[in-house]
Design a protein around this ligand. Structure first.
Ligand SMILES: Cc1ncc(COP(=O)(O)O)c(C=O)c1O
Length: 381
């Protein structure tokens, strides 16, 4: 045995993978844990989605390998979704690549663009996968802060003062996870100008566009963005389909074709039933989004109550699937998380797993029914 690849040492086990083992152990011991930690929607997809999966699975012709690019009908539905929801017109034959979730897309994009030593701008706090994948590829993460008072605007002035010559990619994510900073058209416009000026490829990770937002925004709807930006999108959160693993990459044809070159070495298409279910989801009407919005609005009100009881502060204008709360000065966020887990059987996420700027925060997920959130409130004295 000559040892493992060096890259194995460049990453740690994902926090949730380790922590959920502990939480599951507590549940197995009979502890009545309320899990407000992870952002996995608890509600079912629409019935039409399930029916499409079932009827496809019943057909003997459905079980072969599928196209690396997904079936044409799926790409057309994704294109229609972009036109309808974001006012963005895409060519489904060239500018859309279905993905097995956007997490997979983060790896494929990074593999397509990064050489060892290249630099990548990553939000702090931010989704930990941007850093892990960057490290796995021997590239270097450069962190930038975001201003929660300005819809999550990156501190571009600070970035301008740094040497950006080795920066190839910049990850952005609005609504931002974990903070819920909504982003805005002016912020995205500034980012497009910044990326163009410095020859940086802007990668917008957009899985929360319809969750508690005023309007869904795609970076590609910003003038000039198509030249410098690509976008990942996902059915996981917006259509309650996280376990299905369906997402998409949209943007420039020449970049998409390079990503396909890489991706086609790693999988052999997506099961037809999943594609048919995804098509049914993408074709759902406005009422799907309004129902989803009212569910999460009611839950969020209760989570705010829970946060009030714990003396935490939060921004009521935030968007997305989480409530991001600051712990009072002098209080440790990690201690609060442990106290809630071991003394009240409530699991929430410590902000520090999203980066050093998350140290004094905790994150509550809205993926729990109201009665469970009420129960959590009642457990706080
Ligand atoms: C910011 C962000 N990007 C991407 C993902 C991954 O989503 P998917 O299920 O599409 O892989 C998540 C999931 O938690 C996320 O929070």
């Amino acid at each position: 045995m000559k040892g493992f690849a060096d890259r194995v040492n460049s990453v740690e086990e994902y926090y949730f993978s380790a922590k959920l083992r502990e939480v599951n152990q507590l549940i197995a011991e009979g502890k009545p844990i309320i899990n407000l930690g992870i952002g996995s929607p608890d509600l079912a997809p629409d019935k039409k989605v399930i029916d499409a999966l079932k009827s496809t699975a019943d057909n003997q012709q459905s079980h072969g390998y599928q196209s690396y690019q997904g079936i044409a009908e799926l790409r057309t539905s994704m294109g229609n979704f972009y036109a309808r929801e974001y006012g963005v017109s895409l060519d489904p034959t060239k500018e859309i690549l279905p993905m097995m979730g956007s997490k997979e897309g983060i790896m494929h994009l990074s593999m397509t663009f990064l050489n060892p030593g290249d630099e990548v701008l990553i939000p702090n706090p931010g989704y930990p996968t941007y850093t892990s994948v960057t490290n796995l590829l021997g590239a270097k993460a450069i962190y930038y802060g975001i201003d929660l008072g300005k819809a999550g605007r990156p501190n571009l002035e600070e970035l301008e003062n740094q040497d950006l010559s080795r920066v190839k990619l910049m990850w952005i994510n609005y609504p931002h996870m974990p903070t819920g900073a909504p982003g805005s058209r002016p912020v995205l416009q500034e980012l497009v100008v910044f990326a163009k000026k410095h020859g940086i490829i802007l990668l917008h990770d957009n899985p929360y566009s319809h969750i508690l937002t005023k309007e869904p925004i795609s970076i590609l709807s910003i003038p000039g963005a198509k030249e410098v930006a690509m976008e990942l999108n996902s059915l996981s959160k917006v259509f309650n389909m996280p376990g299905w693993r369906v997402g998409m990459l949209v943007g420039r044809e020449d970049w998409i074709s390079k990503v396909l070159k890489v991706k086609s070495k790693m999988d052999s298409g997506m099961f037809l039933g999943i594609q048919k279910g995804a098509i049914a989801a993408l074709n759902l009407g406005e009422s799907w989004f309004s129902d989803l919005g009212s569910t999460y609005q009611s839950r969020r009100k209760l989570v705010w109550k829970l946060a009030d009881k714990l003396n935490l502060s939060y921004d009521t204008n935030a968007a997305g699937l989480f409530v991001w709360c600051k712990v009072p000065d002098g209080r440790s966020a990690v201690e609060l998380v442990d106290e809630l887990l071991y003394e009240r059987n409530i699991f929430i996420t410590p902000g520090k797993i999203f980066g050093s700027e998350g140290e004094s925060y905790v994150r509550f997920s809205l993926c729990m029914p109201e009665f469970k959130i009420l129960e959590a409130i009642n457990r706080i004295k």
